[in-house]
Ligand binder design. Structure first.
Ligand SMILES: Cc1cc2nc3c(=O)[nH]c(=O)nc-3n(C[C@H](O)[C@H](O)[C@H](O)COP(=O)(O)O)c2cc1C
Length: 205
């Protein structure tokens, strides 16, 4: 009996740390979905605006936006977070969501043990280096399994997309493809598919 297909399609939830309609970080995630290998299915979660400001008094009432986000993360094999940089750190909207997600809930601490990849794009010349460093620190504190490399820091955002918001910069597209292949391998290493070894060993050569 095979418990799982050896090469299952893995579900990856994508979060952009921006509420902006034309967010470059959300565009980058859409491009990542387009460049991902066939073994990964990426879904961009658009619900951060439904996550209220964290308040311990609200925890027992479990706000709907928080529940939806937690459930989406539990259902995913991995998580990709694209962060803008605000004042050399992660935006409050993203930190707020992570604070909610760091807490014990009916579905557990949803970031603990979850494979996560981090990337980001900003309009300035440094490409979210400091924001990503602070995001990694928060994720480590939450027990997430953060992919160590490669980094993807995209600077000068306005030059990278066409008028429709499609990523058109060939160098960034190549980096994104490498990044997605690395995340595919990271998911394999952190959560290898379960194979029924007994049946595999008994199968004729
Ligand atoms: C409050 C604020 C602070 C910012 N601080 C930085 C910064 O420290 N470093 C940087 O590279 N860009 C900074 N920016 C520019 C953002 O990187 C840029 O607005 C980016 O496009 C936001 O991401 P988004 O397009 O996904 O919304 C800042 C923008 C705002 C609104």
């Amino acid at each position: 009996m095979t418990l799982f297909h050896e090469n299952p399609v893995r579900r990856v939830l994508c979060l952009a740390g921006s509420l902006r309609r034309d967010s470059y970080n959300r565009r980058l995630l859409r491009a990542a979905a387009a460049q991902a290998p066939a073994s990964l299915r990426l879904d961009v979660h658009d619900g951060l605006s439904a996550v209220p400001l964290f308040n311990e008094d609200l925890e027992s009432s479990a706000p709907t936006g928080v529940l939806a986000l937690r459930e989406a993360i539990v259902a995913a094999d991995g998580l990709i977070i694209a962060t803008p940089e605000y004042n050399q750190a992660i935006p409050g909207v993203l930190k707020n969501a992570l604070d909610w997600l760091s807490r014990e809930s009916l579905v557990g601490e949803v970031l603990s043990g979850k494979p996560v990849a981090v990337l980001g794009i900003s309009s300035g010349p440094w490409g979210t280096r400091l924001a990503q460093a602070s995001l990694r620190q928060v994720l480590h504190t939450c027990g997430a399994l953060v992919m160590p490399a490669p980094g993807l820091f995209v600077a000068n955002a306005a030059m990278r997309f066409d008028d429709d918001g499609t990523l058109v910069d060939p160098a960034v597209i190549r980096s994104l493809q490498n990044f997605m292949l690395a995340f595919e391998q990271w998911l394999q290493r952190m959560a290898p598919p379960i194979v029924d070894l007994e049946s595999t060993l008994r199968a004729p050569a």
